[in-house]
Design a protein around this ligand. Sequence first.
Ligand SMILES: [Zn+2]
Length: 213
Amino acid sequence: MSARRSDYFESRGRRSPDATTPAPADSPAGSRIHNTIPLRRPSLMQEPVLVLNATYEPINVTAVRRAMVLMLKGVAQAEELHASEVHSAAHAHRVPSVIRLLAYRHIPQQSRALSRKNILLRDRNTCQFCGGVFPSSELTLDHVVPRSRGGRSSWENLVACCYRCNNSKGDRTPEEAGLKLARRPRPFTLHTSRQLMRLIGHRDERWRKYLFY
Ligand SMILES: [Zn+2]
């Protein structure tokens, strides 16, 4: 896992139909280890795993598969285990729920988590113009200030938007289109990051003590 990797909070709900989360293509050893992890329970392998820095600071959410690769490579160790196991030909592996990196990694706080999935999470799958709640597939991201006007792709300028509102807004500002934002899009902060992790991990009690909720 390198700092340039942008898979923060992205591990779940990936659209690829196969069970393989992004393989660690950074080293031949990585792909070899990757191939030894059994594929038998794809849904379990896609379960979210909280990633802690060496200092126990929560920094990421990844999938079980990738977490196990990090453990096998000696990059991380399990702090909390899932009740389930996965079986390969010779071994049963306890599945991690929380892992911790063994070496401290500096993570730039800003921009690391900017993604469609995270914007939708922040906005709770709610169109920020009409207030409707939609499945992710029926939402898009809207640039509040259109890109053609210099609007940036940032936490402060991207909102969840249904296709209907997106079409009616077109290449205009909300004011020009007669639309009103439900609320000002919040920037990414440590708080947002924790909030996203809690939303992803709300079913897993084992995450609580690291996320303080
Ligand atoms: Zn809408």
